[in-house]
Design a protein around this ligand. Structure first.
Ligand code: NAD
Length: 261
């Protein structure tokens, strides 16, 4: 018996990095997981296959019947596009009849100082990181309200709390997620829906790999724990909120090695 047996989860931008680790953690506890991807179809399918294999193994070890093949699916959608984001949520509900856990994880960076930032850089990051959260949340809400159950977990960033050089657009999008989370939490609490934000610090994914190595070393020197986070360490906190966070709402949980306190 997993803690999330019977639950249906969606992870946006779930094919790689932090989203991938979150999808795996939720699936390991028994949730059915819809893995949204933008362009990484092969990576998303590889993850679906890995989840199916893991659940098959779990079923055999428990001496039960074969695991349901529908434990995971990959769904293409650009969640910065209102129609596609809403369509993604609609597809999941149509296919599995409910939606219990929504993890808004998709995100991009377009780092430039304000002196060099273009309107296009600004809008791309706000659309991908913040507007997407509004689209998917409002699309999932009616079904969650009907169920009287929902767990919405928005992946923010420590940059949304502290700011960071060259990241005005990213910081605004991630700070916006925290403010959005609090209002949604206030409005939805009466329906049994919790809404929380998770603020990772610097985490070892493709996003961090884009940062030049000398800058990475400078960043590391500022982290009290002296190392970058692992995607699995972010996923553990998401799993906690999804499975055990019954009385936690409107919070920002920092998983950042102490870089911001
Ligand atoms: P990543 O670049 O490895 O993964 C991001 C994923 O989001 C990719 O799969 C990408 O295709 C997807 N995505 C982006 N825009 C999308 C869209 N419009 N529609 C669908 N999918 C889209 O980066 P990551 O580090 O795994 O980032 C995951 C989340 O964690 C992001 O929201 C990021 O801002 C946040 N975060 C990361 C760090 C870090 O240091 N890595 C720190 C704090 C917060």
């Amino acid at each position: 018996m997993g803690k999330l047996d019977g639950r249906v989860a969606v992870v946006t931008g779930g094919a790689r990095g932090i989203g991938r680790a979150i999808a795996l953690a939720l699936a390991e506890e028994g949730a059915r997981v819809a893995i949204n991807y933008h362009s990484s179809a092969a990576a998303a399918q590889e993850l679906v296959d890995a989840i199916r294999a893991m659940r098959q193994e779990q079923a055999h070890q428990a001496g039960g019947a074969d695991a349901d093949a529908e434990v995971a699916i990959a769904l293409q959608a650009d969640v910065s596009n209102a129609e596609q984001a809403r369509g993604l949520i609609a597809q999941v509900i149509e296919r599995w009849g409910r939606i219990d856990i929504l993890v808004n994880n998709a995100g991009i960076t377009r780092d430039r100082t304000l002196r060099k930032l273009t309107d296009e850089d600004w809008l791309a990051v706000i659309n991908n990181n913040l507007n997407s959260v509004y689209y998917t949340t409002t699309a999932a809400m009616p079904t969650m309200i009907e169920q009287k159950y929902g767990r919405i977990i928005n992946i923010s960033s420590y940059v949304g709390q502290a700011g960071n050089f060259g990241q005005a657009n990213y910081g605004a999008s991630k700070g916006g997620i925290i403010a959005f989370t609090k209002t949604a939490a206030i409005e939805l609490a009466r329906y049994g829906i919790t809404v929380n934000a998770l603020a990772p610090g610097f985490t070892l994914t493709d996003m961090l790999a884009k940062v030049p190595e000398n800058v990475q070393e400078q960043i590391k020197a500022r982290i009290p724990m002296g190392r970058f986070g692992k995607p699995e360490e972010i996923a553990k906190a998401v799993l906690f909120l999804a499975a055990d966070g019954d009385y936690i709402t409107g919070q920002q949980i920092n998983v950042n090695g102490g870089v911001y306190m």
